[in-house]
Ligand binder design. Structure first.
Ligand SMILES: C[S@@+](CC[C@H](N)C(=O)[O-])C[C@H]1O[C@@H](n2cnc3c(N)ncnc32)[C@H](O)[C@@H]1O
Length: 246
């Protein structure tokens, strides 16, 4: 069988450094203290430290196998928690949710509580930078076996990753990710759920949590957001106290 640790390692193999990581890294390098929420295997903060960031770097994720990979760097704080369960107060200049981690927040309550915790962890004037796939681009329509991708894992094993959408209910997409050998023999199947919030809903949630949208981009080269954009990339400033809004 393919273990949870193997899956965490496979994530890194299947998601090489790309333009989105470079986009986030620029914000990270410009901030003194950084919170990477949903940090996964920690590659963004690893790269920041390796690139010369000397300030406070803190990664948070509920997935222990991913965090175990992150912890290979001991000059960064790693905390096992969900976004909603974080309890920092006024400690960070920047929070990011890279790799569309924001889309793992499914219910309104989880989105509210997660944004409130991120806002509380930020100093006044701090920024929250995150991306989420644009629902108008309907990315899930390309998640089918015809678009399977081949990947070689950390042990040199040649695998195939196959996605299959089970349901689309309102803005919530449920799918399976099958890891198989190249001849199609299943090695492991995981179910995942992602929420696709539109810009209006995002802005309502952000406003309630005490954020003001500063910039919005539609791609990882800072092109403007349009309804045709594949991504909704938001730079939000921590302006109001969540306790006095919403
Ligand atoms: C697609 S991965 C992105 C990982 C990393 N940010 C990156 O760019 O490589 C999404 C991450 O969100 C994490 N996650 C899931 N639910 C979460 C929650 N409620 N709060 C914070 N992170 C969560 C998952 O464990 C996973 O590591």
């Amino acid at each position: 069988m393919y273990s949870d640790d193997d899956v965490a390692a496979l994530y890194d193999a299947a998601n090489p450094w790309d333009a989105s990581d470079a986009f986030y890294l620029a914000y990270v390098m410009a901030a003194e203290s950084v919170h990477d929420v949903g940090c996964g295997t920690g590659r963004l903060l690893h790269r920041a430290r390796a690139t010369g960031h000397t300030g406070r770097l803190c990664g948070v994720d509920p997935d222990i196998p991913s965090l175990n990979r992150a912890r290979t760097r001991t000059d960064i704080e790693w905390v096992a928690a969900t976004a909603a369960d974080m309890a920092w107060r006024n400690e960070f200049d920047l929070a990011v949710m890279a790799g569309n981690a924001f889309q793992t927040l499914i219910t309104d309550d989880d989105v509210h509580r997660s944004l409130a915790a991120i806002r509380s962890a930020l100093r006044d004037g701090g920024r929250f930078v995150f991306g989420t796939r644009n629902p108008l681009a309907r990315a899930w329509e390309s998640w089918h076996p015809g678009n399977a991708s081949d990947v070689t894992d950390h042990t040199g094993r040649e695998l195939r990753m196959i996605h299959h959408v089970e349901s689309v209910v309102a803005d919530v997409v449920t799918m399976t990710e099958t890891i198989a050998t190249r001849d199609g023999t299943e090695v492991r199947v995981d179910r995942g759920t992602l929420r696709f919030l539109d810009t209006a809903a995002l802005d309502r949630f952000l406003g309630t949590a005490g954020f003001t949208v500063e910039s919005r981009y539609g791609d990882w080269h800072s092109g403007p957001w349009t309804p045709d954009s594949t991504n909704i990339i938001t730079v939000a400033a921590a302006t109001n106290s969540p306790a006095t809004t919403g």
